[in-house]
Design a protein around this ligand. Structure first.
Ligand code: PAF
Length: 283
């Protein structure tokens, strides 16, 4: 497995692979890898000739007072995990090489970035899309792999790819959960044992929403109201949002049937967690 730090080198390497007819699969990460990330590498490995994993804690997607400084950095074990999962190359750029002094371009997707996560973290998605656009240009992927856990992020990246006419297929990989249902996240390691227990309510609320939607007796709005109430009453949980919305636009559902997504964000102690579930409403 090669480890590359320089953007010029990765661009050259990816260009050579493309010219020789190989398909490139890209797995962008911020490191602190867990089974969720490794499932993305496995999916890329199964479908692409050359798998590039990137590890970069992107300062531009953290707002003031967020956890950029504290974000777990576990490079040595991440590299071992990438090797074992079948990455061909890991790209680990330095901040100063990704954002050279004087760089002043931001890739901004309007609308869908301004709701939900975007309301609580106003500069977050501009940081994500700018970085992902740069990674796409550097690594020239045929396919890029993203976890469903960051659902809104994935919808925004799909929008960006479509708007900018990139030939990159965005592959959704299901959220990987702990045996008790907690969605895997690099931030779970901030949770104390008590908080980790309290955090289980997030998945339970989504499971319940799923069951209610499938039963077909409650409207999206009623389910949403129930989710918010359960979270408000849960010990140790400070909900940010809990919604049931149309699965692509993330806008309120205009009809009472079809595909929706339940999305939530909540603080458990000082840790902010997100989770989601695709819901199917019976007609
Ligand atoms: O989902 C993440 O880990 C990050 O937002 C991403 C896509 C790697 C960009 O930094």
């Amino acid at each position: 497995m090669d480890i590359v730090q320089n953007p010029t080198d990765i661009q050259q390497c990816a260009g050579e692979r493309r010219r020789s007819g190989q398909t490139i699969g890209l797995v962008p990460t911020m490191g602190a890898l867990h089974q969720g990330h490794l499932s993305l590498v496995a999916a890329a490995r199964a479908a692409c000739d050359f798998v590039i994993t990137t590890i970069f804690v992107n300062p531009k997607q953290f707002g003031p007072g967020e956890d950029f400084e504290d974000y777990p950095r576990t490079m040595e074990s991440d590299l071992d995990l990438c090797r074992a999962a079948g990455s061909d190359l890991v790209f680990t750029p330095a901040v100063c090489d990704m954002y050279v002094p004087g760089s002043s371009t931001t890739v901004e997707v309007a609308g869908i970035t301004e709701i939900l996560e975007g309301q609580s973290r106003p500069t977050h998605f501009d940081g994500v899309t700018t970085l992902v656009a740069k990674l796409f240009n550097m690594t020239l992927p045929d396919r890029a792999y993203f976890g469903q856990k960051d659902y809104q992020q994935q919808m925004i990246i799909r929008r960006m790819v479509s708007d900018l006419n990139w030939h990159v297929e965005i592959i959704n990989c299901p959220t990987v959960r702990e045996p008790d249902g907690l969605a895997m996240s690099s931030r779970n390691r901030y949770l104390s044992p008590v908080e980790r227990d309290q955090a289980l309510i997030l998945n339970r609320v989504l499971e319940q929403a799923d069951q209610l939607a499938a039963a077909g007796q409650m409207s999206p709005q009623e389910i949403q109201t129930g989710m918010a109430e359960t979270l408000r009453n849960a010990e140790g949980i400070e909900p940010d949002y809990a919604v049931v919305v149309e699965s692509e636009s993330l806008q309120p559902m205009e009809k009472n049937f079809g595909c929706a997504v339940a999305l939530l964000a909540a603080r458990v102690g000082r840790t902010r967690l997100i989770d989601n579930r695709i819901l199917t409403f019976a007609e």
